[in-house]
Structures are given as structure tokens and as C-alpha cells.
Design a protein around this ligand. Structure first.
Ligand code: A3P
Length: 314
């Protein structure tokens, strides 16, 4: 199991820095050359999103759609072992360092190594990289890409809780300053506004990109599964799609040790939980009236030329 390999003691909260115009932390840039040289296979499926937009949910849906509810791995492997995060570099235990010596590893395990160990076909690969950082091999191989976007208000609230628990990100200060950081785009993986817009614009020139909204997934998961099956040319029966819809419900995933990340060692679980709420509109419990006005005004300015439309309540 991949998680047992991570050396939690070696994970220290990083600083953010400007990386080619995007705020990043070293855990996602340390292996940059190899990330850029990554070799995709034509049937790889890339699951891209800004952090906290439903990437895990989408990964699980695609895992079930591609490999089936009753595949052996559903009972033996956590989702994050099956779906590598392309850009990550994390410290690993001594025994793993030794074992990985054969593939040239030092003190870390990288998402690229992990992806190269995945033997399934297709491979599902996760990323939070902005579109301009995606290794060119994915475009050259014409890989299918699913992008998940979430309304910014809930995305911000979810990130605020997540950054408190994930040891790979800087500790957020108070809610007020975090709110402004989001507006200024000073977040790990950069500005939400740039991320969702640049991926959206990519659809114009790259047809193998399926853009999905978190809110649509909450509203009608079954319909989004239908659309995914069409996009991926997967001929599932209606009954199978119903079964998968039930299996990926928030309450099911929260209880499922293979999807709830309850054993992932990179979290401080005293701060939050990975499967937190899974709702549309939770932002209302955090935004003051003044913050909501400030947010909306700023949003209008930033997104005035975009055709993207988000729903922040259902
Ligand atoms: P909340 O923090 O608002 O609960 P990511 O996987 O990209 O990190 O996104 C995490 C967010 O997706 C969390 O949001 C998490 O609860 C939510 N999520 C995960 N699985 C879900 C599901 N089956 N249904 C609804 N939301 C889900």
C-alpha cells in the first residue's frame, strides 16, 4: 500500500513561492523535469481540477466505470494507490527507499514513479496543475481529460479546512486573511480564477476535454455518469450505472476506508476530515454579508469576459 511508504516525520509545512507565475510549494515542483518529460499512453485518463473541487469523487467514479464495482482492487487497494498524483513528491520510509533504489529513487516517492508503476489499462492519473503546466505528452497522445470545477465560494471554504489538515501546504492563518488570499490568487496551484478559466478555454482547441461541474454532480450524479460514459465510450448497462451512482454517494465514500483517505499519513486529523461535508452552499456558514458582497464584486471584475457560469447554491 502506497501510504505505508510515506515518512510523515519528514513532512514539514512548506513555504509558497512563485513558480513561473503560479504560487506553488516544493512538494509539487521538486520533480519538475521528470514531470515535464512524463510519457503518457494514449489511453491514459487525466483527472484535472483545482484543489478541493471533487477530484477524489471523480477519480472514484472513473475507477468504477473503468474497472467495475466488483473488481478485486475495490477490496484491496485505496483509491490514492490506484490513482497517482502526477506532480507530487513525498518523503518515503527507509525500506521503500531501498526498494526503490532499483528505479533510481533517492529519499522520495514521486507521482511520476507511481504512475509508471500502475499496470492497469487505462491508467487514471490525477493532477491539480494549471493547464499551461500539463506535460506535453498528454496533448500529443490525445489523452482523454476530465476537468472538475467547483463554485469558488465552496471551493474556498473547503480549501480553508483542508489546508489546516494537509501537511504539504502552508498553515492558513485566520479565515479573514485566507479569504483575501483566495481573492488574490495566493493559493497553492495559483489563482482559482485563472485555473478554471484557462482549462475552460482549452476546450476550444482540445476536443478530448470533458469539463464537469461539482454542482452538477451533486444535483444529478447519474446524469453526469451518463455523460462520462459517452465521453469515454463505456457501454455500461443502466443497472450498472445505478449501482455506481449509489456507490459514489458522499455517505458511502465517507464510510469506505478505500475512498475516505482515513489512513493517509499526510494529514493532521485533529484539524478536519477529508470527507468533510460534500455540500453546495456551505459557504453561507462562513461568509459574512460584507465578504459576500466583496467577493461578488471582485468576481464580476475578474470573470467578466468569461463564458463560465457557476452555481453557488442548488
Ligand atoms: P468539502 O470540504 O466541501 O466537504 P478533492 O477531492 O478535489 O480534494 O475535493 C474534496 C471535496 O469534495 C470535499 O468537499 C469533499 O467532501 C467533497 N467530496 C468528496 N467525495 C464526495 C462525494 N461523493 N459527494 C460530494 N462531495 C464529495
Amino acid at each position: 500500500m502506497m501510504w505505508k511508504r510515506i515518512n510523515q516525520e519528514q513532512i514539514t509545512r512548506p513555504e509558497m513561492f512563485d513558480f513561473h507565475g503560479v504560487n506553488m510549494v516544493h512538494y509539487y515542483t521538486d520533480n519538475w523535469e521528470n514531470i515535464q518529460k512524463f510519457q503518457a499512453k494514449p489511453d491514459d485518463i487525466l483527472i484535472a481540477s483545482y484543489p478541493k473541487s471533487g477530484n477524489t469523487w471523480m477519480s472514484y467514479i472513473l475507477d468504477l466505470l473503468c474497472f467495475g464495482i466488483s473488481s478485486e482492487s475495490q477490496q484491496s487497494l485505496p483509491l490514492s494507490s490506484k490513482v497517482p498524483t502526477l506532480e507530487i513528491t513525498i518523503p518515503v520510509t527507509k525500506s521503500v527507499q531501498n526498494a526503490l533504489g532499483a528505479v533510481g529513487s533517492g529519499l522520495t516517492l514521486t507521482g511520476v514513479q507511481h504512475a509508471n508503476m500502475v499496470s492497469t489499462s487505462p491508467r487514471l492519473i490525477k493532477t491539480h496543475l494549471p493547464v499551461q503546466f500539463i506535460p506535453k505528452t498528454f496533448w500529443e497522445q490525445n489523452c482523454k481529460i476530465v476537468y472538475v470545477a467547483r463554485n469558488p465560494k465552496d471551493n474556498l471554504v473547503s480549501s480553508f479546512h483542508f489546508d489546516q489538515m494537509i501537511l504539504l501546504h502552508p498553515v492558513p492563518k485566520d479565515w479573514r486573511s485566507y479569504f483575501h488570499r483566495f481573492l488574490q490568487g495566493k493559493m497553492v496551484f495559483g489563482s482559482w480564477y485563472d485555473h478554471v478559466s484557462n482549462w475552460w478555454n482549452k476546450k476550444e482547441t482540445y476536443s478530448n476535454l470533458h469539463y464537469v461541474f461539482y454542482e452538477d454532480m451533486v444535483k444529478d450524479t447519474r446524469l453526469e455518469i451518463d455523460k462520462l460514459c459517452s465521453f469515454l465510450n463505456l457501454p455500461h448497462s443502466s443497472e450498472e450505472k445505478d449501482r455506481i451512482t449509489a456507490k459514489v454517494h458522499f455517505d458511502e465514500m465517507k464510510e469506505n476506508p478505500f475512498t475516505n483517505l482515513s489512513r493517509f499519513p499526510g494529514f493532521d486529523r485533529t484539524k478536519s476530515t477529508f470527507m468533510r461535508k460534500g455540500k453546495v452552499g456551505d459557504w453561507k456558514n462562513y461568509f459574512t454579508v460584507a465578504q459576500n458582497e466583496e467577493f461578488d464584486e471582485d468576481y464580476k471584475k475578474k470573470m467578466e469576459n468569461s463564458t463560465l457560469r457557476f452555481y453557488s447554491e442548488l
